[in-house]
Write a protein that binds this ligand. Sequence first.
Ligand SMILES: [Zn+2]
Length: 291
Amino acid sequence: MRWKRARKSQNVEDRRGQGPGRPRRGGGAMKVGGGAGIILLLLSLFLGQDLTGLVGGGGGGTANLPQLAPPGGSTSIRDDDEAGQFIASILGTTEDVWGKLFQNAGQQYQVPKLVLFNDGVNSACGFTSSAAGPFYCPGDSQVYIDLGFFRELQRMGAAGDFAQAYVLAHEVGHHVQNQLGVSMAVQRKQRTVPKVQANRLSVLTELQADCYAGVWAHHAHKQFQLLEPGDLEEGMNAAAKIGDDALMRSAGRRAHPDAFTHGSSEQRQTWLYKGLESGDPLVCDTFGGAV
Ligand SMILES: [Zn+2]
């Protein structure tokens, strides 16, 4: 990836080496692996009209979003910290890409903050160990990453900078879902259906975040010529390596679809590719009316 040409985001908070620290707010918020497509909400956004009143239950979904960070922000990534510079650059491209997509629809994208940490971290979602991997907390609208996860990714056979960027773009995809009200709608629906079906909705939410990661890559390349030969293959390979069936098999278990959390390798590749190819968030309706 030609990431060095990209603007670095100012919305990175570096908590590495600080220990878990204190929660920023009282816990209780659910951690989200995803958010998927209530078609009305998506249409609202991308048609620039508020159609969400047509959905019963109210509740919106854009509560809990932070104020836009002040220009100049608090990023303190050192110049010789290549991993930190990389992540700040990729985050910057997600801000530009989603900012423009929202703007085209007459909406304003509220940028998420990214927190770098080691070992474990406290968020509005409670305490989370690094072992859980990167995550998005809708309660404080922040993405949390221990960069050590990228070593783990490499160990799983998903090496390369684009594979890492895809992971971040997937988490930012959850933020987009939160902002669109998808996450909240999914949670509401999940409370009314049997467990197996609720789990399936979580998977669809995750697949939509993959699709949004593809949408990001499409536009990031268009705007910044970010991708180099081999990058797409890296992303598709990563999607396969972190598919639930691949993970279950590598742990010596049989692939069991009811226990999927993020979707199979094939599903993850399919949705990432749909977003990549089209650059259109509307193709990312993984739910197909299920929510
Ligand atoms: Zn996820």
